[in-house]
Design a protein around this ligand. Structure first.
Ligand SMILES: CC(C)(COP(=O)(O)OP(=O)(O)OC[C@H]1O[C@@H](n2cnc3c(N)ncnc32)[C@H](O)[C@@H]1OP(=O)(O)O)[C@@H](O)C(=O)NCCC(=O)NCCS
Length: 84
């Protein structure tokens, strides 16, 4: 779930079981990752989202993540949230 990239704690993969989606599990996992990032003294969290996954992107935006980079040729956007 995590790997350090400079000051960023990167959330490398996020998924909830299909039967539990929409019940807050994803939000809780991100909150847990952010708490762990702060505990390890990272100052930001990042993740990538597919252009074909607008529902996930909306969730990340609601939690404070913003697009910082288009990853060319991969249909992915990198998103970042400052923690402090
Ligand atoms: C994206 C994912 C991790 C979110 O987990 P979750 O437990 O459903 O998230 P929460 O319940 O905390 O939040 C719900 C929000 O997630 C978003 N979402 C994304 N995919 C969803 C799905 N299949 N079902 C329900 N909500 C989904 C919605 O925007 C929803 O917000 P809304 O209520 O405003 O519509 C989960 O839906 C999932 O595992 N999806 C498949 C794998 C995936 O796409 N991973 C992300 C890769 S970047």
């Amino acid at each position: 779930m995590k790997e350090g990239l400079g000051d960023e704690f990167h959330i490398a993969a996020l998924a909830a079981m299909p039967q539990s989606r929409g019940l807050g599990t994803g939000s809780k996992m991100i909150a847990f990752a952010e708490e762990e990032a702060l505990r390890q003294r990272f100052t930001a969290c990042s993740l990538t989202v597919s252009l074909g996954n607008p529902d996930a992107k909306r969730l990340y935006e609601r939690l404070g993540y913003r697009v910082t980079e288009e990853l060319p040729g991969m249909s992915l956007q990198r998103m970042r949230k400052a923690l402090i």
